[in-house]
Design a protein around this ligand. Structure first.
Ligand code: FAD
Length: 130
């Protein structure tokens, strides 16, 4: 998501830099998709600093650690795109609000549209059968 947003912001003319802790950009489990995204990264000449861990966000930018040394990336805007988690407590607050209660899709764990549709299909088939 961070990489896609970087491409979008570059399309708007922003000067974008990606900082990634791992030694490669995460393809989200879809290497075909990443191939396409990489074409865009090259097209907009988006700089990526790999093996770089963000340590602190300040008013001036992001303090990072790379190869054991501190590096600083000046920025006026910082997008913090390091993953998601399901809001289980919020979902469980609705438990008992109806005769049948199901959780599916990103509600159980952040995933993708295929998972959301697949779990919705199975759940819909079971409504009224329990
Ligand atoms: C930036 C981004 C890019 C993505 N790109 C892709 C992609 O290219 N391909 C892909 O397969 N997946 C992608 N995903 C993941 C995909 O969007 C999700 O996995 C999918 O939308 C999950 O579907 P869902 O129905 O479970 O949840 P959602 O689509 O999140 O729908 C849940 C809905 O419930 C609403 N809601 C929440 N709480 C309440 C409440 N208390 N009362 C009423 N309504 C409530 C929310 O507002 C939301 O509209 C992307 C996700 C993001 C954030």
């Amino acid at each position: 998501m961070g990489v896609e947003l970087a491409v979008y912001l570059a399309m708007l003319g922003r000067d974008v830099k990606i900082v990634e802790m791992m030694d490669a950009i995460n393809d989200g489990g879809n290497f075909q998709h990443m191939k396409g995204v990489k074409v865009q990264l090259d097209k907009y000449k988006i700089d990526i600093s790999l093996s770089t861990r963000a340590a602190e966000i300040t008013a001036e930018g992001v303090k990072c650690v790379k190869d054991g040394s501190e590096v600083f990336f000046p920025a006026d805007t910082v997008i913090y795109a390091v993953g998601q988690r399901a809001l289980q407590d919020e979902a469980m607050a609705l438990y008992g609000a109806a005769p049948e209660f199901y959780q599916l899709g990103d509600c159980t764990a952040p995933s993708n549209i295929k998972n959301a549709v697949a779990t919705a299909y199975v759940t819909a088939r079971n409504i009224g059968r329990i």
